[in-house]
Write a protein that binds this ligand. Structure first.
Ligand code: GRF
Length: 213
């Protein structure tokens, strides 16, 4: 199985994928920003990199066409959005439908879009988390593959909460890619995802608990 990873910045999720020992050939890491830190990380791990700089294209259609050309040169089975911060056109998404996945730093369908951790804090939710999902044309609503929940603690700020969520992103993204590579994910007609051979769930997360609870 061959995959292409798209990034825009730091690339910690991309690094988690490259380091996870997955049965996947990572053909290329592509960034829309030439200065993305993740590009150096990918190169240091021996993975080819490319840049398709969105500032050099007029409009989303032109950028997405260039991006698709760069991707298709590697004939990937899976295209992974790992902190890729551009909204993609419907034609781009349809081209890769069923083999395009994204990680989102919230428990979808709660908090789609940006600034998820600040919004979770403002809403006072007690549980927050992250989601890996198939991408559909509407942003952050595609079929959910796997989620991880974390407690929101008294005294949390955006930095502490995002760090707690990110640690779980680095766990569930490799899981989802492994399941895809193993052919265990199937999109049901109702738009949900079936996981073949699912063996159980983690413990319930109750937050907050009384002292000693
Ligand atoms: C992650 O929180 C991801 O969920 C979001 O953007 C952030 C990217 O971080 N889409 P990194 O580049 O993977 O470190």
């Amino acid at each position: 199985m061959r995959a292409v990873v798209l990034i825009s910045g730091r690339g910690s999720n991309m690094e988690a994928l490259l380091q996870a020992g997955l049965p996947v050939e990572f053909a290329c890491v592509i960034s829309n920003r030439p200065d993305a830190k993740g590009l150096e990380v990918a190169r240091s791990l021996g993975v080819a990199t490319a840049v398709v700089d969105h500032r050099q294209y007029h409009g989303r259609e032109a950028f997405d066409a260039a991006l698709a050309a760069a991707i298709d040169g590697h004939a990937p089975d899976l295209v992974i959005l790992a902190g890729f911060m551009r909204v993609l056109t419907e034609s781009f998404v349809r081209r890769y439908q069923g083999r395009l996945i994204n990680i989102h730093p919230a428990l979808l369908p709660a908090f789609p879009g940006l600034h998820t951790h600040a919004r979770a804090l403002a809403a006072g939710v007690r549980v927050h988390g992250c989601t890996v999902h198939f991408v559909t044309p509407e942003v952050d609503v595609g079929p959910i593959i796997v989620q991880a929940a974390v407690p929101v603690l008294a005294g949390d700020d955006e930095a502490s909460l995002s760090a707690r969520v990110l640690a779980q992103e680095h766990r569930i993204f490799p899981l989802a890619v492994r399941w895809f590579a193993e052919g265990r994910l199937r999109l049901r007609d109702d738009g949900t995802v079936a996981l073949a051979g699912q063996s159980g769930a983690g413990p319930a997360l109750i937050s907050p608990l009384p002292d000693g609870g």
